[in-house]
Design a protein around this ligand. Structure first.
Ligand SMILES: [Zn+2]
Length: 254
């Protein structure tokens, strides 16, 4: 059993960074909830706790105390950057070494691969949540809220899912997590994820218009636009490439 404590930064009276009509506290919660949903739906032998599951004010000590009292195996803190810049960076406590640095590398690389974020590097800092946790801890800064191009991507729930999937793929690697065994693995080619059904329907109509077979699924509290499902990863990747050529942003889910 791997116990993962997920900490969506800020919340309640602390909105975190603000920019381009976005509040950091809302985006960190969306990313954290997606990470939690995906882990619980798709992996065996894991337990998840979150520092908050809604828009609550939680102090830094309350967050690290909760993780310490639960004896978490890993502490993952999700933030959005500000102050000018673009892309992704991650932090561990200075000089902490392995296994924390190994986990950082696994998660950092997968998030960059999945999102295409500009890679600002693996860093270290003396942050409360990294210092006061008794277990390996990582803090990720997922784009800049005050940089228009990053903020526009963060407004898209498809992109939020990609950020979450990157973290999950990294956790899978870091902790050798086991996937739940369904009958067999199915590779699903998806082009969008939305909180609003109409937005999913609109994208599905566009894809149908370009000759793709589309279906809208409701999964992890989002409306997902899917254009195919395959037992062969190769076939799924071929369809994804075709959809990218047609101007859609794709990702594989299984
Ligand atoms: Zn923050």
């Amino acid at each position: 059993m791997v116990k993962i404590f997920i900490d969506p930064g800020h919340g309640g009276s602390d909105s975190g960074a603000v920019g381009n009509g976005l509040l950091e506290k809302n985006i960190t919660l969306m990313i954290a909830q997606q990470i939690s949903n995906i882990l619980q739906n798709e992996y065996e032998d894991i337990a998840i706790r979150m520092s908050r599951t809604g828009d609550a004010t939680v102090s830094l000590s309350e967050r690290t105390d909760a993780a310490n009292n639960w004896n978490a195996d890993f502490y993952l803190s999700i933030h959005i950057n500000a102050g000018g810049g673009t892309g992704f960076e991650s932090y561990i406590y200075p000089g902490v070494g392995a296994p924390t640095s190994t986990y950082q590398k696994a998660i950092h690389e997968q998030v960059v691969t999945m999102t295409g974020f500009n890679d600002r590097g693996m860093k270290s800092a003396n942050f409360h949540v990294l210092r006061e946790t008794h277990m390996p801890a990582l803090l990720t800064e997922n784009g800049f809220i005050d940089t228009t191009s990053d903020a526009n991507r963060l407004k898209d729930s498809t992109f939020i899912v990609k950020i979450a999937r990157g973290h999950v793929d990294g956790l899978e690697k870091a902790f050798s997590l086991t996937k739940k065994q369904n009958d067999s693995t199915i590779y699903r080619v998806q082009i969008g994820a939305f909180t609003k059904k109409e937005n999913a329907a609109n994208l599905a109509a566009q894809a149908s218009g370009k000759g793709f077979d589309t279906a809208v699924l409701f999964r992890n509290n989002l409306y997902i636009v899917q254009i195919g499902a395959f037992s062969s990863r190769n076939n799924a990747e071929q369809l994804a490439a075709k959809a990218e050529d047609a101007g859609f942003s794709t990702y594989l889910s299984n």
